[in-house]
Design a protein around this ligand. Sequence first.
Ligand SMILES: Cc1cc2nc3c(=O)[nH]c(=O)nc-3n(C[C@H](O)[C@H](O)[C@H](O)COP(=O)(O)O)c2cc1C
Length: 356
Amino acid sequence: MSEVTRRKDEHLDIAISEDVEASAQTTWLEHVHLVHRALPDIDLDEVDTSLEILGKKLKLPILIDSMTGGSERGAKVNEDLASVAAELGIGMGVGSQRAALVDGRLRSTFSVVRDVAPDILVYANIGAQQLAEVGVDGAKACVDMVRADALAVHLNPLQEAVQPEGDPKYRGVLDMIANVVEKVGVPVIVKEVGSGLSREVAALLASVGVRGFDVAGVGGTSWARIESIRSSRSGAPEKARLGESFRDWGIPTAASIIEVRSVTKGLVIASGGIRSGLDVAKSIAIGADAAAMALPALRALSKDGRDGLKALIRSAAEELRLAMFLTGSRSLRELRHARYVLTGELAEWARSVGAI
Ligand SMILES: Cc1cc2nc3c(=O)[nH]c(=O)nc-3n(C[C@H](O)[C@H](O)[C@H](O)COP(=O)(O)O)c2cc1C
């Protein structure tokens, strides 16, 4: 087993079994209050949660965010995620595909998603820094491997800086993204992995043609925390301490959605600590087009298999529909215009950046 494959499985193990979420920092979605409408003027069964993203029709504005592949175990997870996504009419991302570019035998651990779900929305995945190594051809190979509808390029400077074998080199990354946007042949989405995207970063990326933003803010999975656990297991207490200090670092998800939406009309995906249909509804009201979940999907699958994952998505769908009914929103477009009030720290943040 290669070092990368071993690391991927270690990430899955730690994510499933340890306390890996931000501790003191939340998403701040609790500061978003959708205003209840006692006269919704619609029937609950009129609520329509469907939408189109990146040329694909979805039944729900819910995605399973980029997680895995690159190992036998990852292949099974990808297969299960894809089959549930196909059954429920949602989309998904695969995890970083770099390992399969290095070792072609790992390709099937990603392409399995198309074996079971030929038509769903799928986004490929590669690290922004890795573009230096794999080039445009590598990015195209990632897209081809899963017949992707888009390529997600991830930014993870914090994780690289606290990971025992990390390589925090970000000089020139924007130019590499620009080059890939120009040549890869599918829309490029940029995503964080749990520290959020600011409006400055989103504006820079939009200026080079990036079409979508998956905010992955603070409040959910913390990669500083996951790497800190790995460091302490491997006897590197100083790196472990550094990771722990940055467990809650970044832009809370709700603030990141507001920041990114303030500079783009493109696709905005809310992620990082999205745990319920109410979180999805609030995210859409404040500016997102859809929301993505990573950790809860993995845990539901690991605990109760595909049925567990289906139950998670179905209960999120029910909550979303009810929130839409109670705000008088027949469609997601109407939910985008539902009235809400921001309170507490989120309101202060939004005010300080001139968003309210
Ligand atoms: C086990 C695991 C593996 C992940 N691997 C990747 C990856 O390879 N590429 C990527 O862009 N994001 C990766 N992520 C980050 C997620 O896509 C997402 O941005 C982040 O976990 C926040 O969402 P959550 O709080 O719902 O987990 C991973 C997350 C988890 C839990």
